[in-house]
Design a protein. Structure first.
Length: 140
C-alpha cells in the first residue's frame, strides 16, 4: 500500500490578478489543515445526565511554518505584504501535489509571526482562515 508524504503538499499564494497566477512560497516546513466543527446543543431533560450535541459549522484553518528562502518576491514577499497590510483582504491560496491542485480557497491571514532567535534561522509562522468555502477540497 502506498503512503502519502507531507513533503509533496506545497502551499501556493495567488497574485490577485486576472488571470490569477499562483506562486509556491519558498522555505516551507510544516503545513496542516484543521477543520474544527462547532457544537450545537441538542440536549433535553430526557437526556439527563448526558448532554447531546450535533456538529455545526466548520472552522477551516491552515497553520504554517517556514524558513523564508529569499529572494522570493512573488511567494514569501506577497505573503508578508498581505499579512502586514493595514486593510486585510482575502487572498487565494492553493495546496498542490506536483501540478495537481488538491485545495483552493480565499483566505485571510489572521496571524503572522517572525522569530529572530540566536543561533537559528529566521522563521515565520502564521495561520490562514477561510474567507469563503473552498472551491477545491480533495485533501485526504
Amino acid at each position: 500500500m502506498a503512503k502519502k508524504l507531507g513533503n509533496d503538499y506545497r502551499l501556493f499564494i495567488g497574485d490577485g490578478g486576472g488571470p490569477e497566477t499562483f506562486t509556491e512560497i519558498a522555505g516551507q516546513q510544516d503545513l496542516s489543515v484543521s477543520r474544527q466543527s462547532a457544537q450545537i446543543d441538542t440536549s433535553t431533560k430526557d437526556n439527563f445526565p448526558y448532554a447531546t450535541s450535533a456538529p455545526g459549522l466548520k472552522t477551516l484553518s491552515i497553520p504554517f511554518n517556514l524558513i523564508p528562502n529569499l529572494p522570493d518576491a512573488d511567494g514569501y514577499g506577497e505573503l508578508e505584504t498581505q499579512a502586514l497590510s493595514a486593510t486585510p483582504a482575502p487572498v487565494n491560496f492553493q495546496i498542490k501535489t506536483g501540478s495537481t491542485i488538491v485545495f483552493e480557497c480565499a483566505m485571510y491571514i489572521t496571524d503572522f509571526n517572525t522569530s529572530f532567535a540566536q543561533n537559528d534561522a529566521v522563521k515565520a509562522t502564521g495561520t490562514l482562515v477561510a474567507a469563503d468555502a473552498p472551491t477545491t477540497d480533495a485533501l485526504a
